[in-house]
Design a protein around this ligand. Structure first.
Ligand SMILES: Nc1ncnc2c1ncn2[C@@H]1O[C@H](COP(=O)(O)OP(=O)(O)OP(=O)(O)O)[C@@H](O)[C@H]1O
Length: 240
């Protein structure tokens, strides 16, 4: 039986002697929202880059529903259902938000009618209908990442990796956005890996958290376990 999960096994990433990530193993199941947290420089983005195919790990392997995709590039992983967002969102400024999403769906091989339907559907699923007819270059700065997320979700991925999706928004807006994504993910069986700095947002939305420090796993578990873990408390409140 094929195992349905996105798995990083003993992942390591070294840059010219800098050990950015060392022996990190994690597992994301369908319908689960997993928060990847840790202080600045702890290896979150590097881990996300390895999982998505931006970086090829120096060590370890990545399994997508049981298939080894370690050597597959980003685009090929996306076709297999593993999609990510980036911190900087590049849009076609002269097109509307809906047209931008449609373009992404077309680029992923959907026919025009299907791409149009998916674009409309995705905006409504994410509560972003008001942006549909807005030109992408006129979208308020705080909502540009939401356009990036809508574009990723329109590809109907099995696993979605979000790199600080709520940056630029205040805590209440961030909570609302991630809650919408989380409930969508649980309903549709989409696995979401979330890199996010705001602990209130993470604690209030994730099923499980994986904590990194200095490129290594500290602990992983449900939000309550993490909140009371002495090592996590030390990392977040004990330094400085
Ligand atoms: N291309 C690179 N070359 C050299 N070192 C790198 C490279 N990318 C990351 N690093 C180093 O790897 C470590 C982990 O960085 P990473 O960006 O993954 O951390 P992060 O947890 O995402 O940080 P932040 O929260 O600040 O975004 C850091 O020490 C960083 O300086």
């Amino acid at each position: 039986m094929t195992e349905r999960a996105l798995v990083l096994e003993h992942g390591g990433m070294h840059f010219d002697g800098v050990r950015a990530v060392e022996d990190v193993s994690l597992r994301l199941e369908p319908g689960e929202v997993l928060g990847l947290i840790g202080p600045n420089g702890s290896g979150k983005t590097t881990t996300l880059n390895m999982l998505s195919g931006v970086l090829r790990p120096s060590e370890g392997r990545i399994l997508l529903d049981g298939v080894d995709v370690t050597r597959k590039p980003l685009r090929s992983r996306a076709r297999d259902g593993l999609v990510r967002t980036f911190q900087s969102v590049k849009v076609f400024g002269r097109l509307t938000v809906e047209e931008n999403i449609e373009a992404a769906a077309l680029g992923a091989g959907m026919r025009r009618a299907e791409a149009r339907r998916v674009a409309v559907e995705t905006l409504s699923e994410l509560g972003l209908e008001a942006l549909a007819e807005v030109r992408a270059d006129a979208v308020p700065a705080g909502q540009v990442r939401s356009v990036g997320i809508a574009r990723a979700i329109a590809l109907r991925p099995k696993y979605l990796l979000l790199d600080e999706p709520a940056a630029g928004q205040n805590e209440a807006e961030a909570l609302e956005l991630i809650r919408i994504i989380a409930s969508f993910a649980r309903e549709r069986g989409l696995g979401v890996l979330l890199v996010e700095h705001d602990m209130t947002v993470v604690m209030g939305t994730c099923d499980r958290l994986h904590v990194l420090d200095s490129g290594q796993t500290v602990v992983s578990g449900d939000p309550e376990t993490i909140r009371t873990d002495p090592q996590v408390i030390e990392i977040y409140f004990g330094k400085g």
